[in-house]
Design a protein around this ligand. Sequence first.
Ligand code: S3P
Length: 442
Amino acid sequence: MPRVENINNKIGNFKKSITVPGDKSLSIRWVLFASLAKGKSIAKNLLMSEDVLAAIEVIKKLGIKVILKKNECIIFGKGVDGYKYKKNLKIDAKNSGTLGRLILGILINSTDSIQLVGDKSLSKRDFKRVTDPLSKFGAKFKLTNKNFLPLKIIGSSTLKPIKYYEKKGSAQCKSSIIFAGMKADGTTIIKAKKSRNHTELLCKHLKLPIIIKNKKNFDEIQINKVKKINTLNYNIPSDISSSAFFIVLTALSKNSELVIKNVNINPSRIGIITILKKMGVRIIFKNQKVYKGEKKADIKVVSAKNIKAINCPSELNSGAIDEFLVIFLVAAKAKGISYFKNIGELNQKESPRLKWAQKILTLLGVKTVTTTDSIKIYGNPNLSLDFNKKITIKNYLKDHRVFMTSVIAALTFGGKWSVHDKDSINTSFPNFLKIINKLKND
Ligand code: S3P
């Protein structure tokens, strides 16, 4: 497969119904919970991407049996303290921050030293944000240059519960502490700025000793020692973050309409829907259902006519944190200046995404004013590139979302694009280009 995707034409109009793969956050969490349950758990529609396969490899190294079939994954968990592994174990989270951070919480009571490594991108990301609070339980860590992977964890068999204030709105930090709290004697108390709450919902569904109090700007979570986790059969709904690229593609294309089936619409994940609706994009949820505590629906979106600029309220940030790159493309075509603030966390992702947003928008000829934690986008409702305009996107640390955002920009604004490192999509959305081609041929 050539590594560069060349796009030379805008997409034509389409009217289709599509299904995108399973949700990444839920898939990784299911793998981890199933590994800690006692007995056989089965998942259907598990996302088969590199991040999830990395999670499966990690639990296999920790002594858990996994059978992967075409349409299902079976995990034979050995209980909360059932991991068995050889001395000086090395585990690899590859590109996945979620896996790397959550597994550290689970390994908090593993007294043999374990080394955690990751790929080039993950090795540039901050791990101190989880090792600092995890140390307070009694575990020891050795990080590279005090912040980074590779790191070593030496857990403790006598863990003290902690009080922790999560201020970044990071579900990875919050979830890591919830997992660690399940292993400490006593009550761990977490005050957490709002962020995706899949871990809490799974704990509740599994009837684990968790209490959640939802306050206006934060959640208070109490978690006690867990003795047993029941097996968990789960049919994973589709990923709203993968859907986001197609929502924006439809909004920015002419005379088009798209239905995306069976998508997880957990209220802590639908910031993109609220933001785009405020900007004048018509999106509706159909067939809404609740499944094991999670909301899901079909999402219908149609081409947008008059896109309005937005002064994006900060409280929407964490619910749209993975979608901002593609949301910025909508702002590029809006009437007026859009402003997104308090989004410094974007530079902590698989690549420094705020910087990449500025680069891509500049290549599109859109004026931006960027600081370390905000961006102003000067929209142009007539934005369209000369069909000869050459744009190359490369050296972006293989950030899957930079690749997919660039493809959507090429298909909606025109120009001659060469987007490198096409294999980056394998981390979250391996059949992304296949679905694009389906819409191109409509
Ligand atoms: C995730 C949480 C978010 C998000 C990531 C997945 C999760 O990261 O960006 O893609 O599954 O918990 P942070 O918790 O660092 O904000």
